[in-house]
Ligand binder design. Structure first.
Ligand code: TYM
Length: 355
């Protein structure tokens, strides 16, 4: 295990030991199709958590605006993302699903929180530094203050559990810092949130070199057909030692073996490890078993998705219901924030109900 993997595993274990979670919030940007990294790092956990906690899941469209976007594409992507979640097993009877921008209190609280945020903290955010490099032509202020809006997403519902992949842990820790600062200065309004990680918080792409990501084109989509999946897996990188079929390899250093860890049975993993070490099997054989197992996970999603695509209006309804359910809670939190900070509550002036 690398040092980084060890520290993530330790954090995940420490998180499990802490006090129980009372409300879960998480979100995803509608910036591309869902992939196995999203599923293994977060979505799988969301599906499990909806049976155990009150959960809120948001399509974070305001965050996606920090990247260049086309209005028609944005509309389609928002619905597409919600559809992908439902296909993956998110059940609107058990949890709340909605679009971030339809609850304006996210943006309102975000402003409040920016006034507590030192510039230096934001300058240190890894995701900002990466994005500033990858979209150098569009380093907007939204990109810089992105983690503050993320902190507002979590705190507006006073959520304390945030199921995310490893790349988002820094943003959740940043949120916790802001919460402590706010509570210390204005009195306790927010619980301290913590990141909840799966056992696969950082899934590598089929290139074996970088984190799986749509923008890097090294991903396997949750909606990929069996054919497309195989076209991506067949040339995927394996242990560099296995140049020829007869060359033995080190499974622990093979990305495909990691995929076995996510999708295969103990017997299949043992077969793959032994076959790799002894050159008893070829990489293609090894990949065929991974493909079979990934397909077994994706097939029910593909089927559910086909059903949803036939009724896109139903998805819009679910999102609308989610917003209706959340608005009172968001307003209540803003009421508490306004009281704590000494800024007026609209309700007091007869303009509207904050509480
Ligand atoms: P986003 O949209 O980039 O990713 C969505 C979720 O998928 C996880 N993830 C991965 N996990 C493991 N391996 C991978 N290769 C991989 N790729 C993506 C991410 O960690 C994430 O959990 N800033 C967030 C969205 C957000 C949010 C929030 C999350 C906005 N507000 C409030 C939690 C709470 C983001 O860009 O995720």
């Amino acid at each position: 295990m690398s040092e980084r993997e060890q520290s993530v595993a330790q954090r995940a274990a420490a998180n499990q030991e802490k006090s129980p979670v009372t409300r879960v919030f998480s979100g995803m940007q509608p910036s591309g199709e869902l992939h196995l990294g999203n599923w293994l790092g977060a979505l799988k956990n969301w599906v499990a958590m909806q049976d155990r906690y009150p959960c809120i899941f948001s399509v974070v469209d305001l965050h996606a605006l920090t990247q260049t976007s086309d209005p028609d594409e944005m509309k389609a992507r928002i619905r597409d993302m919600a559809m992908g979640w439902l296909a993956a097993g998110i059940d609107p009877e058990k949890c709340t699903v909605f679009v971030q921008s339809t609850v304006p209190e996210h943006a309102e609280l975000s402003w409040v929180l920016t006034t507590l945020t030192p510039m230096g903290l934001l300058e240190r955010m890894t995701q900002f530094k990466d994005k500033a490099r990858s979209q150098a032509e569009n380093v907007n202020v939204g990109l810089f203050s992105y983690p503050v809006l993320q902190a507002a997403d979590i705190t507006i519902y006073r959520a304390d559990g945030v199921p995310v992949g490893e790349d988002q842990v820094q943003h959740v820790e940043f949120t916790r810092d802001l919460v402590r600062k706010f509570n210390l200065k204005y009195g306790k309004v927010f619980p301290e949130p913590r990141a909840l990680l799966t056992s696969s918080p950082r899934v590598m792409g089929v290139d074996g070199d970088r984190k799986m990501s749509k923008s890097l084109g090294n991903h396997i989509g949750l909606n990929d057909s069996a054919d497309v999946l195989w076209k991506k897996l067949a040339p995927a990188k394996t242990d560099v030692r296995r140049v020829r079929r007869t060359d033995p390899g080190v499974p622990e250093e093979c990305n495909i073996y990691k995929y076995h860890g996510f999708f295969s049975t103990a017997d299949e993993r043992a077969w793959a490890a032994e076959g790799c070490r002894s050159a008893g099997i070829g990489c293609r054989q090894c990949k065929e078993v991974v493909a079979k197992n990934i397909n077994a996970v994706l097939e029910p999603m593909r089927e559910r998705r086909a059903g949803l695509e036939a009724h896109p209006g139903r998805v819009d309804e679910i999102l609308h219901e989610g917003t209706k359910k959340l608005l009172p809670l968001a307003r209540e939190t803003m009421g508490r924030v306004r009281d704590a900070m000494g800024i007026p509550n609209r309700g007091r002036y007869g303009i509207g109900e904050d509480r």
